[in-house]
Design a protein around this ligand. Structure first.
Ligand code: F6P
Length: 358
């Protein structure tokens, strides 16, 4: 009998249920009576508090196309993982305790960046861990793509498409602010797919004068509207010079809800045109996974099942050149995959006239 625990950690995204479906089907399709599955509720919080339930393989059926996670999600920031919780509990010891109490042979962890740091820590503490890369931010090192990303790109692109028609009718400048945390993958892909005129991402700090130049050029070319795709982490050239601490303080004292509103005000002042901001926010993480993500998460989940059966632990199941691969957690944890400002994709976008404000 093998006992497998499974949890979904960090922010949710499309494909979590599908990946669990892949893992559980992969483990039980031919060995149904030899596998016990334990669903750990609400991510690491459930592991800390011993909140889990034994689940039948059938409970993971018919969920491939459902968004969210049937197990629930929560954030347990890695930087506080060694601090006691509100009840004075040692979180790492509590997680190890739950694992041992259940007699698990393996813990499958679905998560993004922070999740992988904790997963690596648990592995180093002696737990058999296999992880799966989920994040709409696509910022995990070691895999070409994470599930959730393509679905979020679809939603973000659809938002830009919808903004396109209203921007054209009203001859307005529109900013669509997209998620992505510290990286610009989502904004870059949706920005290009949606035909944005300006794309601002954290990896390419912007100069407001260049942004204004791009808008004025369109006005002079008799193009009466402009669409900017702005990443939530977009940063100006000046702000990029600040230390992390100074920048944090500046953001905390900013009178705008986010960077896009500040840019909107600045553009309005400099160009004298009407600017509107649209923020799709968490819709980008919601709803059903797109077909690409359904295939991706099913394949990754199935490959995780194989890794478990082979006794390969301490790794993330990645997709590299369309092949699934076990990548050691040490090569993933604590690293950020960012957009290369000199990449072909950026050059190609620039060639067709997209401004990155640099
Ligand atoms: O990491 C996924 C993500 O959606 C980021 O793009 C975003 O910055 C963050 O999570 C939002 O976090 P929360 O759901 O906690 O508001």
């Amino acid at each position: 009998m093998i006992k497998v625990g499974i949890l979904t950690s960090g922010g949710d995204c499309q494909g979590l249920n599908g990946a669990m479906y892949g893992v559980v089907k992969g483990l039980t399709e031919t060995n149904k009576d030899k596998v016990e599955i334990y669903g750990i509720l609400d991510g690491y919080t459930g592991l800390i508090n011993g909140d889990y339930k034994k689940m039948k393989p059938e409970e993971f059926e018919n969920i491939l196309n459902f968004g969210g996670s049937i197990l629930g999600n929560s954030r347990q920031p890695f930087k506080k993982i060694n601090e006691p919780d509100e009840n004075g509990k040692d979180k790492v010891e509590a997680m190890k305790h739950t694992y041992k109490e259940l007699g698990l042979d393996c813990l499958v962890i679905l998560g993004g960046n922070g999740t992988h740091k904790t997963a690596n820590l648990l592995y180093k503490e002696g737990l058999n861990v296999v992880t799966l890369p989920k994040t709409i931010d696509n910022d995990l090192v070691g895999t070409d793509v994470s599930f959730g990303f393509q679905s979020a790109v679809d939603i973000a692109t659809n938002t830009i498409d919808c903004i396109h028609t209203t921007a054209a009718s009203h001859s307005r400048v529109f900013i669509v602010e997209l998620m992505g945390h510290k990286t610009g993958w989502l904004t870059l892909h949706a920005g290009i797919a949606g035909g944005s005129d300006v794309i601002l991402i954290p990896e390419i700090p912007y100069d407001l004068d260049k942004v204004v130049e791009a808008i004025n050029k369109r006005i002079n070319d008799k193009k009466h509207f402009t669409i900017l795709a702005v990443a939530e982490g977009a940063i100006s050239k000046d702000d990029a010079q600040l230390t992390k601490k100074q920048y944090k303080a500046k953001v905390a004292s900013r009178r705008y809800p986010s960077v896009s509103y500040e840019i909107a005000d600045q553009i309005q002042e400099k160009c004298g045109v009407e600017v509107r901001v649209a923020v799709p926010g968490h819709t980008q993480r919601g709803g059903s996974p797109c077909p690409y993500d359904r295939v991706l998460c099913t394949r990754l989940g199935s490959a995780a099942a194989q890794a478990i059966m082979d006794g390969k632990f301490g790794c993330m199941i990645a997709m590299i050149n369309n092949k699934t691969k076990c990548v050691p957690l040490g090569e993933v944890a604590g690293k950020l995959k960012t957009v290369d400002p000199d990449s072909q994709m950026i050059q190609e976008a620039k060639r067709i006239g997209i401004s990155f404000g640099d």
